[in-house]
Design a protein around this ligand. Sequence first.
Ligand code: NAP
Ligand code: HSE
Length: 418
Amino acid sequence: MVKIGIVGIGTVGQAVIKNLEKNKELIKARSGKEIKVIKGVVRNLNKKRDINIPLTTDYKEVTRDPEIDIVVELMGGVESAYEVVKDALLNKKAVVTANKALLAYHRFELQKLADTTPFEYEASVAGGIPIIKALRDGLSANHIEEIKGIINGTCNYILTEMKKGRDYKEVLKEAQELGYAEADPTFDVGGYDAAHKLLILASIAYNIDAKPEDILIEGIENVNLTDIEFAKEFGYEIKLLGIAKKISNEIELRVHPTLIKKEEMISKVDGVMNAVSVIGDVVGETMYYGPGAGGDATASAVISDIIEIARGNKNPMLGYKIPLEIEKVKLKPIEEIISKYYLRISVNDEIGVLEKIAHILAKHNISIESFLQKPRNGYVKLLFATHKCKEKEIKKAINEISNLNFVLKPINYIRIEE
Ligand code: NAP
Ligand code: HSE
């Protein structure tokens, strides 16, 4: 028998316990062992829960229990979770976690600490999609050229519902009630959760150790109905994308709302669904699709890790048995990233406005691809799509245009990926 202790019995923890019980016979047949959760750790013992296992508030009763074989960390957070997982590993417990924030900061230290102890984290990226196993194992023959994905279910749910004209705040609240959002939902809407996941994928793809502070992260807070209208008119969808690209020996890592052509497969991914496209030099493009958040979807991934460990398998955590010396890669500086942009500029309806904006864009070598003018009550919204330009040039141009006295509101911009 394999005995489990779970630290964190919330949305995901309860779904893991429920599904281990529901599919008990199948899981036993597939893993070759009976799997039993014998203890759980929570903050509040008085909270009502739909489970029947002994609970404690002291994580050491799990990480140091000689009976427990696998510690499953489902509490969230960074440093407190690190303390728990570290203690489990020091006590030679195998670890399963769904915690991408923890891994975004500590994955390389944990890999070292784990050494020969199994450590799995399938649920940390894209919920129910087995993307870690796909990238680390299924695609291990490939140099990875690009990863592009919708990897936050909450944001995709919000953007999908906004297309129906629904209010951003109301939909976010709904996503929280459905168990999709992080304990602090600014991690979702601010793009940080997607960035945590992108960093994990990038480490498997490129063995690169970057932190969230090192990469470009923008969330969906500024996307509004005008942007959605523009997207519709010009044949685009707006999606929060995580993008990792290898260009010679530089890795570009970025998370931001993105305008993508309607015909692309990833544009059709709606609601809480996630999708990740991976381009490998041997296989070409492969794509993975499935539910990106929610208790059951995440439990499916957590339980697959438990089964993997119960089978006696020990995978190299980030996919490398020895360091990849021949391919030293470095992170591309944010200001050097090249993209096309959409700009939304609210201005007074005056003579010469367009000329002044066009002049500033030209000064920074930014060429306009298309333009739309939307008259509003007493003012005008100017919507531009640019050709490709450098991040540092568009930022300078936006700053200069913002200072023109006929500009009424902060300028919004969205990158266009084609
Ligand atoms: P949740 O519903 O907020 O549950 C968190 C659980 O951890 C609760 O039972 C809480 O106890 C317990 N906890 C928190 N801090 C603790 C501490 N310091 N000591 C002891 N217990 C503590 O969160 P969740 O949605 O299940 O998410 C759990 C993890 O899975 C997070 O890392 C999240 O990012 C990840 N994840 C979630 C999803 C999803 O769709 N929800 C998908 C993929 C990955 P109380 O119940 O007593 O408050
Ligand atoms: N809050 C996350 C999301 C949970 O919405 O995608 C899954 O990692």
